[in-house]
Design a protein around this ligand. Sequence first.
Ligand code: ADP
Ligand code: MG
Ligand code: ZN
Length: 473
Amino acid sequence: MSNTLYKGYEPVIGAEVHVELKTAEKAFCSCSTAYGNEPNRNCCPICLGMPGAIPCLNGEAVSLAVRAGLALNCRISEISYFDRKHYFYPDLPKGYQITQFYSPLCLDGYVTLSDGEKDKKIRIREIHMEEDAGKLSYSENGVNIDNNRCGVPLIEIVTEPDMRSADETMAFVNELRSRLLFAGVSDCKMNEGSLRCDVNISVRKEGENTLRARCEIKNINSVNFIGRAIESELKRQVDIIENGGKIECETRRFSESSGKTERMRSKESCSDYRYIREPDIPPILTDKEYVERIRAEMPRMPGEIKASMRKFGISDGNAGIICTSPETAAYFESAISDKSDALTLSNLFVSEVFPKMKDSKSILSPEKLSEISAMYSAGEINIVSAKKLIASVSNSGNSPREIAEKMNLFMIRDAETIRTLIIKAAKSLPEAVREVKKGKLGAKKVIVGYVMRETGGKADPVLANREVDRFFE
Ligand code: ADP
Ligand code: MG
Ligand code: ZN
C-alpha cells in the first residue's frame, strides 16, 4: 500500500466504527428495528426511558456481537458489563446511553490487509456493545425527533492507531465491512447509517515513534470520503506545524462540498460522561461452549474464499468482485463445477452476470451459467454466443442447449461446410490466393477471415485454419 507522505510527514490513523446489528428487535426491548418506518412508531417505555421501565438484553444481539468479534479475530471476554454514559441531547430521551465502557465484550483482535506484496496487520483494540440514539432532522418548523432508532443494538469497533495512509484506511474499512457482511452481523450500509465511521488522525515526521495530538473526524458516510477527508486533514495539520503552529485536539467534520474538514468543537471541552455500571442489566457471561458453538457456525470469510479462488488461477481483481457480498460469492461457488474451467466461468460471471445482480433483475441460475461456460470451454460455442446465451437464458425457462439450438449459436464444426466456404473465398479473393502461392503465408489469414465473416464468427477457428492449410497443400 502506498505510503502517502506529505512534506516528510506521515498520517497516523485510528478508526472507531459503529455498526448496527441485524436483529429483528431492539437491544433491550422488543420494538422493531425496521428502517424507514413512520417516525416514533417503533418505540415503547423501555427505549424511550420512561421511569420504572426495565431493559432486558436481547440474546440475538449478543450472539451477533460475538460473531463480529470472531470475524475480527478477537478474544471474547468471559464476563462483561454494561455501563451508563450520561449526556443531554434531544436524540437521547433516557438522558444516558447504555454502553460498555469498563469491560467490553471483545478484545485484542486484528484484521490483515494484503496488497498482493506485503501483509499489514491492523489491531482491533476492542469491540463493545451499545445502543443507538434517535435521529434529528431540521425543517422550517423546527427540529423533528424520530426515536425509532433509539435502542437499536450497535457494536463499536475501536482500532489501535495502526493505519498510515488514506489508502490503507479505505482498505481497512472495506475489509471490515466485508467481513461483517459475510459474518451476517449487519447489512453494513454506509448510506443508511448502519455502518458509520469516525477517523482519528495525527501527523508525525517519518521515522518518529511517539504519537502527536490528533483530531477526530466524525461520521464520514462513504469510503471514498474517508480517503478524501484523510488526505485533506493530513495537509491541513502538516501546514499548521510547518508554519510554527500547534495542532489542537478537535472534533471535526468532513464537508463534501469543499472536500475539507471543518471544526465542530474542541476535544478539551468534552463533557464528563459520569459513567456508572448499568444496574438493571446483569453481566454477559459467555462460556467456552457458547463461543465455540458460534465459531463452528461461522461462514468462511472473504479472505479465505479469495485464497481458494487464487488456487483456481482466478485473478485477484475477479476474486474481489466475486466476494462483493455473501450472495455473489455463494452464486459463483455454486456455479463452479468440474465441467467448466473456473477461469472462464469467473470472466463470464464478472462481465455478464455480476452487473445484473445489483438491481436483481431476473438472473440465470448458477447451474445454467455453469452449463454455458462448459459449452464455451468445450468449443461448442464462441464467446459472443456465450454472452448472447447468458442474456437470453435469464428470461427463459428453457435449457441453454435448447436455446442455443433455437438461436443457431453452435459453432460450425462440419469440415464440408467450411471447405465450401473456402472455395467461395478463393474465388472472391484471387489476390490473396496469389500471395499465398508466392509464399506469403500470412495471406491465409485473409481467407480464414472471410470464412469467419460469412459464418458470423461461428466457424470453429481451429478447423477453419486447418482446412485453409489443406486447401493450399
Ligand atoms: P477517545 O477516548 O477520545 O475515544 P481513544 O483512546 O478511545 O480516544 O481512541 C480513539 C481512537 O483514536 C482509536 O481508534 C485510537 O486508535 C485513535 N488514536 C488515539 N490516539 C491517536 C493519535 N495520536 N493519532 C491518531 N489516532 C489516535
Ligand atoms: Mg473512544
Ligand atoms: Zn422499545
